[in-house]
Design a protein around this ligand. Structure first.
Ligand code: GAR
Length: 189
């Protein structure tokens, strides 16, 4: 069975959903949660599900050996970003070539790039009056939101929607699709 590390900086509702999925589905094991934020809700999620967790403040994240040692200690094969707010350093991309993926809460290349994360994305979608938004699951390279697209799913943006209701719709798409996409990729490595 392959071991996955989840990287998250915030509430961790996707992490929660992914951990629950792989408790039932034995294709992979969620072996570790890594965060840069000591106050992140994802730490409570990890504790609740009895998944080991580690906190690396941004500075330490760039101290190559610390992260690599931790990933190696937990025999991590695959890295899944779920609301992780730090640009992944090159050493990690090189070490886990083709084995790091991210989910972005919009239809890339629209509404991507530096500063486009979480509620900022939904606000921008709302302000731009587009009729569709969605999710993009993609490989991670050295640039924000620029790796090859693996999967996209869309939902409508109605005139009555608010940034909050858009966020809710997008989260539902994330919960429905991210674990299955992870499962398929892990099977192929
Ligand atoms: C998710 O919507 C994810 O797509 C987004 O952060 C949210 C985390 O929510 N990621 C980005 O914006 C990355 N650019 P969660 O903590 O509830 O899973």
């Amino acid at each position: 069975m392959k071991n996955i590390a989840l990287f998250a900086s915030g509430r961790g509702t996707n992490a929660d959903n992914i951990i629950q999925y792989f408790k039932k589905n034995k294709t992979a094991n969620i072996g570790l949660v890594i965060t840069n934020n000591k106050n992140a809700g994802v730490l409570e999620v990890a504790k609740y599900h009895e998944v080991p967790s580690a906190i690396f403040p941004k500075r330490e994240f760039f101290a190559r050996h610390k992260i690599l040692e931790t990933l190696s200690h937990y025999n991590i094969d695959f890295i899944v970003l779920a609301g992780f707010m730090i640009l992944i350093p090159k050493y990690l991309i090189d070490t886990f070539s083709g084995r790091i993926i991210n989910i972005h809460p919009a239809l890339l290349p629209a509404f991507g790039g530096k500063g486009m994360y979480g509620s900022h994305v939904h606000q921008a979608v709302y302000d731009s009056k587009v009729s569709q938004t969605g999710i993009t699951i993609h490989h991670v390279n050295e640039f924000y939101d620029e790796g090859a697209v693996i999967f996209q799913a869309s939902c409508s943006v109605e005139k009555t929607d608010t940034p909050e209701s858009i966020a809710h719709k997008v989260h539902q798409l994330e919960y429905a699709h991210y674990p299955k996409v992870i499962e398929n990729l892990v099977k192929s490595i």
